[in-house]
Ligand binder design. Structure first.
Ligand SMILES: NC(=O)c1ccc[n+]([C@@H]2O[C@H](COP(=O)([O-])OP(=O)(O)OC[C@H]3O[C@@H](n4cnc5c(N)ncnc54)[C@H](OP(=O)(O)O)[C@@H]3O)[C@@H](O)[C@H]2O)c1
Length: 338
């Protein structure tokens, strides 16, 4: 089988088409023909050599994908041939709280990822894709959507009528918006320009603040919420933006610190945090159960992940450059046309 792999160093210059032996499924394994993939910010962080987990070559990159089951072992019960499934990003985290032993393996680094013609997985390490989605859409879900789900519905619990403030318009932000909207929340987006305002409204945003680069946007949020603030905020950028998310969250509210798009060191004004008595939750992706719950919710509410751009495999470097440039709405997809 063919796959893309970093052979000697972790660099896009060393991402080469490689031949490996076809995997042979054991009794509880499924063999997938991979159809599509999605890039995440972590894939970019890994090639930039700036990720919080050590990864080393040889490595098949990219965490998110979807593939068709083409062979099953004799004891497999969860899947049938022909099913469209998504490998789980953290294969050993099935349910319950996160523990050191269930995050040892991570697809796309340090473990091999999805840029492969074939993938052989234990049947416990995959989730059936939503029936209304094609492979390119399903491939967007495992990291971003499961992280959003884990934050909004496991670490926290969004209730109908609550205000959820979501920063950004990228992969995590758009699916968090769709999920919070489906849960009956009032959703307010804060972005750094007005390019995607109409699209965010079409996805369910009740209000969009497009002055997210300005210092004082929390005042506008407070004005929109009768000076109360959001019950729940999702912060995807970290850096200097965390304190502003806290300032825009009501007293006793919850901030989900999910990402570091603006920097891995966050400025935290402790007086603001104390004044707001804020709880800050930090998520590491989600577990299989989160992804399964999400699949049911996506089917029920006909949620389709937003794909900003879909690249062919031979355009893989363009896809990384597109993600790095930023300013996109939703996620960056790849068709695995080996
Ligand atoms: N904790 C986890 O397990 C987990 C899982 C998935 C992702 N993440 C992290 O979450 C972050 C977002 O991921 P993603 O997939 O949504 O990435 P993405 O699609 O590239 O989107 C990046 C987002 O960050 C915002 N942004 C970038 N720089 C900013 C700044 N200086 N100030 C304010 N906003 C800024 C952008 O907002 P605009 O719309 O304003 O441009 C955009 O929405 C990344 O850091 C990623 O590593 C963490």
């Amino acid at each position: 089988m063919r796959c893309y792999a970093f052979s000697k160093i972790i660099s896009l210059d060393d991402l080469v088409l490689t031949e490996r032996p076809d995997p042979v499924p054991g009794p509880r394994d499924i063999l997938l023909r991979m159809r599509a993939a999605a890039l995440n910010f972590r894939d970019l962080a890994i090639v930039r050599g700036h990720y919080h987990v050590d990864v080393s070559p040889p490595l098949v990159p990219v965490s998110d994908g979807a593939g068709e089951v083409i062979q099953i072992g004799s004891e497999v019960t969860r899947f049938r041939i022909g099913d469209l499934v998504c490998p789980t990003y953290l294969p050993e985290w099935i349910d319950g709280p996160i523990r050191p032993w269930n995050v040892r393996r991570r697809l796309g680094g340090p473990s091999d990822g999805v840029l492969s013609e074939l993938m052989c997985l234990h049947e416990d390490e995959a989730v059936r894709a939503p029936r209304h989605l094609d492979a390119a859409e399903a491939a967007q879900l495992p990291v971003a959507a499961a992280t959003a789900w884990h934050s909004l519905f496991q670490l926290g619990s969004v209730r109908p009528g609550e205000t959820v403030l979501i920063q950004g318009s990228g992969g995590i932000s758009t699916i968090a918006l769709q999920l919070a909207h489906a849960a009956g929340a009032r959703t307010i987006m804060v972005t750094r320009n007005d390019r995607h305002t109409d699209a965010l409204r079409a996805l369910g945003a009740d209000d969009v603040l497009s002055n997210g680069a300005a210092e004082n946007w929390p005042h506008d949020l407070l004005n929109l919420t009768g000076q109360r603030g959001a019950e729940i905020s999702v912060n995807v950028a970290g850096g200097s933006t965390l304190t502003r998310s806290i300032a825009a969250t009501r007293m006793g509210g919850l901030v989900h610190l999910v990402g570091y798009a603006a920097g891995t060191i966050a400025d935290l004004d402790i007086f603001t945090a104390i004044r707001h008595a804020t709880t800050i939750h930090v998520a590491t992706a989600g577990n299989r159960e989160n992804l399964e719950d999400l699949v049911r919710a996506a089917e029920r509410h006909k949620i389709r992940p937003v794909i900003a751009n879909l690249f062919r495999l031979k355009q893989i470097r363009d896809a990384f450059a597109f993600l790095a440039k930023g300013g996109h709405l939703g996620k960056v997809g790849l068709i695995l046309d080996f």
